[in-house]
Design a protein around this ligand. Structure first.
Ligand code: PAF
Length: 279
C-alpha cells in the first residue's frame, strides 16, 4: 500500500492504473469504512482511500471544538486500510489540500443541502461537496463509495455529479450496525457506555417503523418523534419521512405507498448521532 501526502505523489501513484474506486474518509475508521473498501475492492483494479478531516464542513470552517476534537488516529487507520486491501492512501494536510488558505470558490448545494442535517449544520454540505469535487478531480475515479448512513450526503453527492457532469459512478453501501443495533460512526467513540445504551432508542424507533410498514400498518411518525424526544439522556434534533432522492418531506396519510426514507438525528450528551432506514 502506498501512502501519498501530496497531490503530486497521488497523481504519480495513479499513472497507468485501469479502473479506480475511491473511498473518501475523514479517518477514525471502523467496520463501516471497511465495508466501503470491500465494495470498492470487488469492482475496481485499484482502490484509493483518502483520509482528510475537512475543515470546510465543520462549524466556523473548522474553528470549533467538533473539528479540533475529531478523532485523529492515522497509524490505526492505515493498518485498517492495508488489511482491507487498499492500494493507495491519500492523506494530505490542510495546507496541501487548500494551499494559501481556504478556497474562495465552493460547490453550492442549494435546497438539498440546507434541509435536515444542513439546517442544523449550516454550510456543512457545501463543505462536503467542495472537498469531494476536489477529490474527484485529483483521483478521477470510475466509482466512488459512500456509506448510506449519511443518506443526505449520498443524495447531495449524486446531485453534485449530475449537476456538474462529473464522470463518476456513485455507489452507496448499506449501513453497518454493531451487535446492539447502533449504526457504526466515528462519533460513537465519544459515547460512554451509558450514553451508548441511551442512543439505542434511535435504531429501535427506526426498526419499529420498518416492522409496521412490513406488516401493512399505519406509520405514526409523530409518535416516533415523541418516543425519541422523551427518551432518557436524548435530545431530538429531527425525524422526518422523505423522498429518498430529493429529501423532500412526504405527506403520508398513515399508509405508505411509495419508496421513502426515514432520517433522524439525536444528541446524546454532546454527541450528535444520525441514522436512517428505507421503507
Ligand atoms: O463522510 C465523510 O467522512 C466526509 O463527509 C467525506 C465524504 C469524506 C468528505 O469530507
Amino acid at each position: 500500500m502506498q501512502v501519498a501526502t501530496t497531490k503530486k505523489a497521488l497523481i504519480d501513484a495513479l499513472l497507468h492504473h485501469k479502473s479506480v474506486g475511491l473511498v473518501p474518509t475523514m479517518g477514525a475508521l471502523h467496520s463501516g469504512h471497511a465495508s466501503l473498501v470491500k465494495a470498492a475492492r470487488a469492482e475496481n483494479d485499484t482502490v484509493v482511500a483518502s483520509i482528510f478531516v475537512n475543515p470546510l464542513q465543520f462549524e466556523a470552517l473548522g474553528d470549533c471544538d467538533d473539528y479540533r476534537n475529531y478523532p485523529r488516529q492515522l497509524d490505526a487507520d492505515l493498518a485498517l486500510l492495508e488489511e482491507a486491501g487498499v492500494d493507495i492512501v491519500f492523506a494530505p494536510d490542510v495546507e496541501e489540500m487548500y494551499p494559501g488558505g481556504l478556497p474562495l470558490v465552493w460547490a453550492r448545494t442549494g435546497s438539498i443541502g440546507t434541509k435536515l442535517e444542513g439546517a442544523s449544520r449550516p454550510g456543512h454540505f457545501d463543505g462536503v461537496a467542495t472537498v469531494v469535487a476536489k477529490l474527484f478531480n485529483l483521483v478521477r475515479p470510475d466509482r466512488a463509495y459512500f456509506g448510506q448512513k449519511d443518506a443526505q450526503q449520498v443524495a447531495v453527492i449524486r446531485r453534485l455529479v449530475a449537476d456538474l457532469d462529473i464522470p463518476v459512478e456513485i455507489r452507496p453501501v448499506p449501513i453497518i450496525r454493531g451487535a446492539d443495533g447502533l449504526a457504526e460512526s466515528s462519533r460513537n467513540q465519544r459515547l460512554s457506555a451509558d450514553q451508548r445504551a441511551q442512543a439505542l432508542v434511535l435504531p429501535q424507533v427506526l426498526s419499529a417503523l420498518q416492522r409496521r410498514k412490513a406488516a401493512g400498518e399505519a406509520l405514526d411518525i409523530q409518535g416516533a418523534r415523541d418516543t425519541l424526544a422523551s427518551a432518557d439522556g436524548v435530545r431530538l434534533d429531527h425525524l422526518e419521512i422523505v423522498d429518498p432522492a430529493t429529501l423532500e418531506p412526504l405527506e403520508i396519510d398513515g399508509l405508505l405507498t411509495q419508496p421513502a426514507l426515514v432520517v433522524a438525528a439525536i444528541f446524546v450528551g454532546p454527541v450528535r448521532l444520525i441514522d436512517n432506514i428505507e421503507l
